[in-house]
Design a protein around this ligand. Structure first.
Ligand code: NZQ
Ligand code: ZN
Length: 390
């Protein structure tokens, strides 16, 4: 490994069918007034809301509710949550939902005690809170697998007026204090969202894997995670009620983006940057926006990073090396990726998720460009990738 790094992840995880039982013990360490954030009703329909409210009440907590945290949460909703938290002087925040609710809760937690323009400070300028600023503790009861938000500092918010979706990765102070992961909760997730989550997980791993040329322990971990995800996804799309598959997917999601497999590595993240911009204009599920631009993106990345794509073909997709050049092996790996995406029913083009040629310039204009894994991209490259993805 070539890189230097600090690994610190303070989130305590409770995993499995009995995991909600631990909420009560966590309550003892947290203040009286809790801001309960949730989405647009799934937790009421599946009964989880009632269970959680009963535990909070039995634990003597005063609940301040903030419903309607939408998928891909907006700046307007963030402002509303900060206002509610300030008015009610909440002591901590409980996120009950998917990555959107969990991200949103961290955003509120960071902003409540910042006396200034928190959107500019944290999201546009990319700062972390000053040491000394009070940050509200966040707990998360996760209902959907995908983002890894339950064990990371990520918080993605959309300025809907400007069609600008952007994330900030906060430092470990904003990682949830605890997260409760019961794979059973994910079984009511609609099929489309389950598939979007599966590709989100795959792409988190690929964003970290397809960069650098050094021999790196993190890449071996990534290969194992991808193999587990591919195997479990094939089962889950056929039988979404298969507990073993859903639990493997949920656990893989957490490890795909809790900072571990990025240790000591350069990383890419340009599929996410393009995907976020596609999402801001189409409002498609996050994982679908990534799938829709991936094939065109990785075709280019493969030309620049052929050796890593050849390794991907053999170590992840078990394609034999015999009789193939490195380039042929790399191409076969990408074909295997495309075949798997087709098999589980992911969109392969942005046209399938509501984008058209007329939107391309707008999407380019709101894409944040970073130095990519194996490429140095300019706006015209993003435009070309989007056109190839139509
Ligand atoms: O709002 P409700 O009614 O709860 O419905 C949600 C929502 O419509 C539904 N859902 C969730 N759990 C359910 C369920 N429906 C039935 N049963 C359940 N158990 O699923 C829909 C999608 O939920 P959402 O939370 O939006 O999905 P996801 O977990 O994919 O989160 C997406 C957000 O996370 C950001 C994305 O950009 C997007 O804003 N990301 C966060 C990251 C991070 N923290 O590191 C990294 C990711 O790359 C990503 O950018
Ligand atoms: Zn993602």
């Amino acid at each position: 490994m070539q890189g230097n790094f600090v690994y610190h992840n303070p989130t305590k995880l409770y995993f499995g069918e009995e995991s909600l039982e631990y909420l009560n013990a966590e309550l003892e360490n947290l203040g009286k007034t809790v801001l309960l954030n949730y989405g647009n009703g799934s937790v009421k329909r599946n009964g989880l809301y009632d269970e959680v409210v009963a535990i909070l009440k039995a634990g003597g907590k005063t609940i301040v509710e903030n419903a309607g945290v939408m998928s891909n949460p907006t700046l307007e909703k963030l402002n509303e949550g900060v206002h509610i938290a300030r008015e009610n002087k909440v002591d901590w925040i409980l996120a009950l939902g998917g990555g959107s609710v969990c991200d949103y809760s961290k955003g509120v937690a960071a902003s409540v005690n910042y006396n200034g323009d928190y959107w500019r400070r944290f999201w546009l300028d990319g700062h972390n809170p000053e040491y000394g600023q009070e940050i509200l503790p966040v707990g998360c009861i996760l209902t959907m697998a995908g983002t890894g938000s339950e064990m990371n500092g990520g918080c993605v918010i959309t300025d809907a007026e400007k069609n600008f979706k952007t994330g900030h990765v906060f430092d470990s102070r904003l990682m949830p204090r605890f997260a409760i992961l019961n794979p059973r909760y994910t079984m009511t997730v609609p099929m489309e969202q389950m598939k979007a989550g599966i590709y989100d997980i795959m792409n988190h791993i690929m964003e970290q894997y397809f960069s650098g040329t050094d021999d790196n322990t993190s890449d071996y971990l990534s290969e194992g995670l991808m193999r587990s995800l591919i195997s479990a996804s094939r089962v889950a799309v056929k039988n979404p009620l298969d507990y073993e598959a859903r639990s493997d997917i949920m656990w893989t999601a957490t490890w795909a983006l809790n900072t571990l497999i990025g240790c000591g590595k350069s990383q890419d993240w340009m599929v996410h940057m393009i995907g976020h911009s596609v999402g801001a204009w189409t409002h498609a599920p996050h994982g679908y926006t990534l799938a829709a631009v991936s094939l065109a993106y990785y075709q280019r990345a493969m030309e620049a990073g052929t050796a890593k794509f050849a390794r991907f073909a053999h170590n992840v997709w078990e394609i034999p090396t015999e009789g193939k050049t490195e380039k042929e092996l790399a191409v076969a790996g990408l074909e295997a990726l495309r075949d798997w995406m087709t098999e589980i029913g992911l969109p392969l083009t942005i046209s399938e998720i509501g984008a058209d040629e007329k939107m391309v310039d707008d999407i380019v204009s709101t894409t944040v460009i970073y130095p990519a894994g194996y490429m140095d991209l300019k706006a015209e490259d993003i435009r070309a990738i989007l056109k190839e993805s139509l």
